[in-house]
Design a protein around this ligand. Structure first.
Ligand SMILES: [Zn+2]
Length: 367
């Protein structure tokens, strides 16, 4: 059976629930740290566990190029390869491939592209994206979609949406025929013993196309739905408008995943609007650049004013970094280019994101 989703509490559009995956229960709304190459940059798996991470995201495009799906499959799948026994979601590779504007060519069949690493030629189709993701063996895998650039005209947005719908059907067909090929087996002690494929709603920045995309993707039928194609350069209030209007057209009893968004304020806003799953590279990427999210706003740890500041990054944060280290020490690490700087900054930022979701969940549970 595919993934199960149990809603525990609701208020308005927001809901708290449990996503039952083959690798454990994920409490929602959930923030998924991004482990692009099977590694959340700078943060080891034991620290992720200590932070309470229940699911992380990995990128198909990057793992396909390095180390390659055959290697991961031989190592028993991504969970065993990276020694992570909790849930994993992989994206389809579509978003990354479409970011390679100079290096790709789109056809009905799929996308020909050149590796950003060595220029070697590759081809991703809906079937190939499924084959790779089944081989990697994540708990949740994503349909291969076309992500349109911003801005686009109406005809281009419609053509792209239609292509994504045709590709979604091909993804589902291939997945249904090959889903037993995942490199792991779970004793079906609970109902979610299988990998699950989610569909993706596209339609650019047009609410009517988004409605149609949602409706027709639901007709194809998936155990969960994502909102894709956002955070592609559009203004932030337009992102929010499209998220809110698209959410209205998604089934209320199935998980809803908003891809690649956003700041702590945005993830709280979208969780309150009824999004169950989100991912973003921001906490780790910002951490590597010395930008820290706190309950009092953002701080840039490189600033001289922190040179002798004995306080923690965030007095309201109970993470392992804030319990132990001062702003002065973190500033020193950053200024000296110590690798530990990126590690500690990333850990705190991830803790802050996870805590943001916990607060939404706790408020819902308390009614
Ligand atoms: Zn902290």
């Amino acid at each position: 059976m595919s993934i199960q989703f149990q809603i525990e509490a609701t208020r308005g559009s927001a809901r708290a629930g449990n996503l039952i995956t083959p690798h454990g229960v994920v409490e929602t709304p959930v923030f998924m740290p991004v482990g692009t190459l099977g590694s959340v940059k700078g943060v080891s798996q034991d620290v992720l566990e200590e932070l309470g991470v229940e699911i992380l995201l990995s990128n198909t495009y990057h793992l396909f190029l390095r180390p390659g799906v055959d290697t991961v499959r031989k190592m028993g799948g991504l969970h065993r390869f990276m020694s992570w026994d909790r849930a994993i979601l992989t994206d389809s590779g579509g978003f990354q491939v479409f970011s390679l504007t100079e290096l790709r060519k789109v056809s009905e069949e799929g996308v020909a592209f050149r590796s950003h690493l060595d220029g070697s030629a590759h081809f991703l189709s809906p079937e190939k994206a499924m084959e790779i993701q089944i081989g990697l063996g994540a708990d949740i895998i994503m349909a291969f979609d076309e992500c349109t650039e911003y801005p686009v005209d109406g005809a281009r947005a419609r053509d792209s949406m239609e292509l994504t719908l045709r590709w979604a059907e091909r993804c589902k067909k291939y997945f249904e025929e090959h889903k037993n090929e995942v490199p792991w087996r779970r004793v079906p002690t609970h109902s979610a013993a299988m990998q699950s494929l989610f569909g993706i709603v596209q339609g650019g920045m047009d609410p009517e196309l988004r409605r149609e995309s949602a409706s027709r993707t639901i007709d194809i039928g998936f155990p969960g739905y994502a909102i894709g194609g956002l955070s592609v350069g559009e203004p932030r209030d337009l992102t929010a408008d499209i998220v809110f209007s698209t959410l209205e057209h998604l089934p209320s009893d199935q998980p809803r995943y908003l891809m690649g968004v956003g700041t702590p304020e945005e993830i709280a806003l979208y969780a309150q609007a009824g999004v169950d799953m989100m991912d973003c590279v921001l906490p780790t990427r910002a951490g590597r650049h010395g930008l820290l999210f706190t309950s009092e706003g953002r701080i840039n740890i490189k600033k001289k004013e922190y040179a002798e500041d004995q306080g923690p990054v965030d007095p309201a944060c109970g993470c392992m970094v804030c319990r132990r280290y001062s702003r002065a020490y973190l500033r020193h690490l950053y200024a000296s280019g110590e690798p530990l700087s990126a590690v500690l900054n990333s850990v705190h930022n991830l803790a802050f994101y996870l805590d943001t979701m916990h607060k939404v969940r706790r408020d819902l549970a308390l009614g």
